[in-house]
Ligand binder design. Structure first.
Ligand SMILES: Cc1cc2nc3c(=O)[nH]c(=O)nc-3n(C[C@H](O)[C@H](O)[C@H](O)COP(=O)(O)OP(=O)(O)OC[C@H]3O[C@@H](n4cnc5c(N)ncnc54)[C@H](O)[C@@H]3O)c2cc1C
Length: 383
């Protein structure tokens, strides 16, 4: 097997859409400080998400009958790219738009689609992803949180960890153990958990190195879910979750997380007497960006044609996160301004400080580099 990164042809309306989104963002982000824009898709701003929804930029690729835009994955790619380049705080709607919405559209009942998808498109719903557990991160198939059938639904016991946005989310898409199988990835199922209206769920924040509380531990203590909380086929959650991970790993957010910082660095550089070595270093970064963009775009085209490009997505995630992790260090080599988190520091230095401490997590979130390289080696027939 080989990885296929054929360059796609962009749909006719894509560049016009880019112009519209750019104008929308210039207006909507006028007062958003660099400290928030530097966090990019990690920063949550419900008001901004609502504006994105009103403008029709959430669920762009979802069917129109559920409130979506009915457009292609490649046009959606353009919107994401513009949001990331501008440092738009998309975190409130990001998971719903990227993976929870598509999962519900593919595996949810008709009733569920009609109940949930239009609200996602309006930017009203925040979702979180309940995969990781304290004793099974990379080894996801070893998870132990169990959903047991009751007369009227499911009883859940166990703990999820590192759950981004659980404290502000309306729903979690969770992977629980529902049965036994010969292999550990059998007997797993996906559920829609209503976090606001389910007794028996306790959410405890975890503070990261930058002092932010964005991910959590989520404890299920005899939490009761309705019968129809199950999404898709009972005990076939592994296939569903693998497809979901392809959506999670291939997008431009896997190499543009530091883009607002990079853009600011170019502005700062422009104010100084930058030598030829700075220009060469910037050129190298832009060349890498171009290659990653081409790879990510071709994955978007494969998703558009209904394929599930797990191998190519893993390659984009591994190469992309290594690239974006290198940016804070490269920025320090290019511009002689050290990171500084102090209140008096230049906004660029504050943003550089933030990205320097957060960048190590980029290669963990969404699946760690070592695991992805294992998937890539297997996909290429090397092991
Ligand atoms: C910012 C952030 C946000 C996150 N958000 C979410 C979320 O919303 N929902 C969610 O479910 N999870 C989330 N995660 C969890 C993330 O997916 C896990 O951290 C990741 O899967 C790694 O699991 P772990 O932390 O348990 O590390 P471990 O699995 O303990 O791994 C530790 C190290 O050992 C390496 N390693 C492990 N096994 C092997 C192996 N077999 N061979 C070689 N090396 C190996 C890993 O690559 C890693 O470097 C988030 C993580 C971060 C950092």
């Amino acid at each position: 097997m080989r990885a296929d990164f054929s360059p796609p042809e962009m749909p006719e309306g894509a560049e016009a859409l880019r112009g519209e989104v750019r104008a929308f963002l210039a207006d909507a982000l006028r007062d958003v400080p660099l400290s928030e824009r530097a966090l990019s898709w990690d920063a949550c701003n419900p008001d901004f998400s609502r504006r994105m929804g009103e403008a029709g930029y959430i669920g762009l690729g979802f069917p129109e009958e559920y409130g979506g835009g009915g457009r292609s994955q490649l046009e959606r790619f353009v919107v994401l790219e513009e949001c990331l380049a501008a440092g738009a705080p998309t975190g409130f709607h990001w998971f719903a738009d990227r993976q929870s919405g598509p999962l519900i559209l593919r595996y949810g009942s008709e009733e569920l689609k009609r109940r949930i998808i239009p609200h996602i498109c309006r930017g009203e719903l925040c979702f979180c992803i309940g995969m990781s557990e304290p004793d099974s991160g990379s080894d996801l198939a070893s998870l132990r949180t169990r959903a047991t059938r009751t007369a009227s639904g499911w009883r859940v016991n166990g703990t999820k960890i590192w759950t981004t946005n659980a404290h502000r989310a309306h729903y979690m898409i969770a992977l629980f153990r529902t049965g036994e199988g010969q292999r550990r990835n059998e007997g797993l199922s996906q559920f829609l958990v209503d976090l606001r209206n389910t007794p028996g769920i306790r959410i405890a924040p975890i503070r990261d190195i930058a002092g932010r509380e964005h991910f959590n531990e989520v404890h299920f203590e005899d939490a009761l879910l309705a019968e129809d909380a199950l999404i898709g086929v009972e005990n076939e959650g592994w296939k569903q979750v693998t497809e979901e991970l392809a959506l999670e790993r291939s997008g431009p957010e896997r190499y543009l997380s530091c883009q607002a910082l990079f853009n600011e660095m170019l502005l700062v550089l422009g104010e100084r007497e930058a030598g030829g070595s700075a220009a060469a270093a910037v050129g190298r970064i832009v060349a890498q960006l171009g290659a990653l963009r081409a790879m990510s775009l071709s994955v978007a085209a494969m998703l558009e044609s209904g394929e599930s490009p797990a191998l190519e997505a893993a390659m984009v995630k591994d190469m992309g996160t290594r690239f974006e992790q290198s940016l804070p260090r490269l920025a320090q080599e290019i511009v002689d301004l050290p990171p500084d988190g102090g209140e008096e520091a230049h906004p660029y230095q504050q943003a550089l400080h933030l990205m320097t401490v957060l960048a190590p997590s980029f290669s963990l979130r969404g699946g760690s580099g070592e695991i992805l390289r294992g998937i890539i080696a297997r996909g290429l027939g090397l092991r």
